[in-house]
Design a protein around this ligand. Structure first.
Ligand code: HEC
Length: 354
């Protein structure tokens, strides 16, 4: 009887005691969870771990973007030339998409007076405190007013700011691509002094977003995208080239780099024109609305432009006069979910200049 009672009370008391014990979690012991859904989210949390499998070897919920992915609006960060001697040489053909308007040059001056003057000097005389105090050897050229900087292709200056050169370090993390062009325009304005020609203010394409305003090739040929890119031919020739280029078209996924056959006849007109003017240069500008899903989307516009350059070369245009460039997806217009708008954005433009 006594034993029975002990057992009875023992069991009654041990139930809450057990309950208490199993609630205790510590260290490696999670305890018993009575309603785990309240603790463990059913939805995937970005920083949680998943089971590993072939395509997710690190078991991460938040996956790394596909190689070459470019965030929307950041397309202008794509720079086609490698940080090598050959890349530097090739950068001479890299042309600005930010015009040298007075506003942009003034912004360039503001940036220059933050990031550059302490070496190169306020007026580009290579007499900033670092050079003056001999903390660092000066460049081989005396100042920005020297022929070296006057004649330096702006693309090479862009390359130098992006990667650095010799003792000048990279300034890529301080200046976004648009700002780099503004600073370079300011450097050229110091180089040329009163002879520097500003681009007309109306044609400003200073910010990435402003590229939205540029429709078709007319603005390019006008020189709004480049600095010294006045169309060297007649108005009628310009109209002919514009019309032809507006009809150059690309296939959709998965042959996005391939020109539609109907484009060839149009490009033939451009080729004949360029071959007739061996002193003209041309930069083909590929436009893309790179979606984030396809590997290589980042270079799509450039690849298209290069394909056009290859076609023009095959039709007898001097390759030395041709270059290819990519425009940020900031230049895209319309609605990405509309196939007609996507088609309209699969275009290439051309800048012709002397
Ligand atoms: C720490 C000092 C220093 C700073 C800061 C600096 N530079 Fe330089 N820069 C140099 C030196 C040194 C060279 C010569 C490099 C060489 O040719 O080896 C040079 C070269 C250049 C050239 C000639 C490039 C070429 O392709 O030959 C340009 C243009 C230039 N700098 C512009 C700038 C601009 C614009 C900035 C600011 C964004 C800047 N630099 C900031 C030290 C500096």
């Amino acid at each position: 009887m006594k034993l029975n009672n002990l057992l009875k009370y023992g069991i009654i008391l041990s139930i809450p005691a057990l309950g208490l014990v199993s609630c205790v979690s510590s260290g490696d012991n999670p305890g018993i969870e009575y309603a785990p859904n309240m603790y463990v989210s059913q939805a995937y949390e970005p920083f949680s771990q998943e089971k590993k499998f072939d395509y997710n070897p690190n078991g991460m919920t938040m996956r790394l973007p596909v190689n070459g992915t470019v965030a929307r609006g950041q397309g202008s960060f794509i720079y086609p030339h490698a940080n090598t001697g050959d890349g530097y040489t090739a950068s001479a053909g890299f042309t600005p998409w930010v015009a040298a308007t007075q506003t942009n040059v003034e912004e360039g001056q503001r940036l220059y007076n933050i990031y550059c003057w302490h070496c190169h000097g306020k007026k580009g005389k290579n007499n900033g405190p670092i050079f003056k105090d001999k903390k660092m050897p000066v460049p081989s050229w005396p100042n920005y007013q020297s022929e070296y900087i006057q004649n330096l292709p702006v693309g090479k200056a862009y390359h130098t700011i992006t990667y650095g050169k010799g003792l000048m370090g990279s300034h890529a993390f301080m200046l976004n691509p648009e700002e780099r062009w503004k600073v370079i325009h300011y450097v050229k304005s110091l180089a040329y002094g009163d002879d520097f020609k500003f681009a007309p203010e109306a044609s400003t394409s200073g910010e990435g977003a402003d590229i939205d305003e540029i429709e078709g090739i007319s603005s390019d040929v006008d020189g709004t995208m480049g600095v010294h890119h006045d169309f060297p031919g007649t108005a009628a020739e310009k109209a002919m080239i514009m019309t032809a280029m507006s009809k150059v078209d690309f296939k959709g996924f998965p042959n996005r780099r391939v020109m539609k056959a109907s484009s060839e006849g149009q490009l033939d007109k451009v080729a004949v024109y360029l071959a007739k003017h061996p002193d003209f240069k041309a930069t083909v500008v590929g436009q893309t609305w790179a979606t984030l899903t396809e590997e290589g989307a980042a270079t799509l516009g450039l690849d298209r432009a290069k394909n056009i350059v290859a076609y023009l070369t095959s039709k007898g245009v001097n390759a030395a006069n041709l270059s290819a460039r990519n425009v940020a997806d900031a230049g895209m217009t319309g609605d990405i979910t509309s196939s007609a708008d996507r088609q309209a954005n699969r275009r290439a433009e051309i800048e012709i200049y002397k």
